[in-house]
Design a protein around this ligand. Structure first.
Ligand code: SF4
Length: 328
């Protein structure tokens, strides 16, 4: 059986994936990098680009798209500590990697996974399961832990020299740091965490979103990373910016189905997610007032732009504690 001396290497911006790709390059194997992005916050895209640059390999950047949201909603293998469906997520991503492999005519896929490093997806059984369910059986090479795993097809065919692969396991990164230092590798993210879905605050907001919305979009997911969220009703949420950057980003999201209140005084913007009505207008203004310093509030009317149009209401009609606003 013939196999191309060319692989797709998943590059996350972290040390392990860069090192795995480097081990392939050292064996004279052509490497095409692939960065799979969750647009609401995952790995470090800039570091992935920098790592690929330092390795001297091309990098394809792909967004996972709307279909990924079904993976979050109904993970076959459940969630980790937050709302992170790590096993299903890896299967989904490796299926994308397989499509890319076929498109560019590569022989196999390389990842920086390390046996025992992550509790949910990097134990032996999930690693085997992910390989089988992604359709990459025998074609998924984890060079850092290769000696602790069964030989893959590229090793059996002699495309990859197994004796030059590693036996790394567990959560310590000492060995990888030493190997990177020997090789002068500097472009990798220091943080070794998971994505936003592993964060308990983000997970709480994501659970609320999926509980109230049959068909959330990636835009809804991106909004979870911005501001303070308050649920007002089954179809309505209000998001309050925490700084000027978030205020501007919230304004940028004010398209159909959203309304953004931008105060003309020094207070935060409020993005209403859901139908705009009097019932939602009052709590939105109350939340803005609640998150504005007293000395910044004007004496008379409170003036706003609502989706760019001027609007005002008397200050003394605003309740300082919005009823029925549940902080997420
Ligand atoms: S941490 Fe997030 S991106 Fe990584 S495998 Fe888990 S769900 Fe997927």
């Amino acid at each position: 059986m013939f196999m191309e001396r060319k692989c797709v290497a998943l590059i996350s911006g972290g040390l392990d994936s860069a090192l795995a790709a480097r081990l392939m390059l050292e064996q004279g194997i052509e490497v095409s990098g692939l960065y799979l992005s969750l647009s609401w916050g995952c790995c470090d895209k800039q570091k992935a680009v920098a790592a690929a640059h330092q390795l001297g390999v091309p990098l394809m950047v792909l967004n996972v798209g709307e279909a990924y949201l079904e993976v979050i909603r109904h993970p076959k293998y459940g969630y980790g500590a937050g709302m992170n469906p790590c096993v299903d997520c890896r299967i989904y991503m490796f299926r994308l990697a397989k499509c890319y492999l076929e498109e560019i005519g590569a022989g196999f896929v390389v990842t920086g996974e390390v046996l025992g490093q992550r509790p949910m997806s990097q134990r032996r059984r999930p690693l085997d399961l992910i390989e089988a369910e992604s359709g990459l059986e025998g074609l998924l090479l984890r060079p850092l832990s290769a000696h602790l795993l069964d030989p893959t097809l590229p090793e059996l065919l002699g495309v990859v020299d197994r004796s030059r692969l590693l036996r790394v396991s567990g959560r310590s990164r000492h060995e990888q740091l030493a190997l990177a230092s020997e090789r002068g590798m500097t472009e990798y993210s220091q943080a070794a965490g998971g994505c936003q879905l592993t964060d308990e605050h983000f997970a709480k907001k994501a659970k609320d979103l999926f509980a109230h919305d049959e068909r959330p979009t990636t835009k809804d997911m991106e909004l979870l990373a911005l501001g303070r969220h308050f649920r007002i009703g089954p179809t309505t949420k209000i998001i309050i910016g925490r700084n000027e950057l978030e205020n501007l980003l919230l304004e940028g999201h004010a398209q159909e189905g959203y309304a953004c209140l931008r105060p003309r005084f020094a207070g935060p913007s409020a993005l209403v997610v859901g139908p705009w009505s009097e019932e939602v207008r009052d709590p939105a203004v109350s939340l803005i007032v609640q998150h504005t310093k007293e000395e910044k509030l004007p004496e008379g009317a409170l003036e706003f732009f609502v989706n760019g149009r001027a609007w005002s209401m008397p200050r003394d009609t605003v309740s300082s504690r919005p009823q029925d606003a549940v902080k997420l």
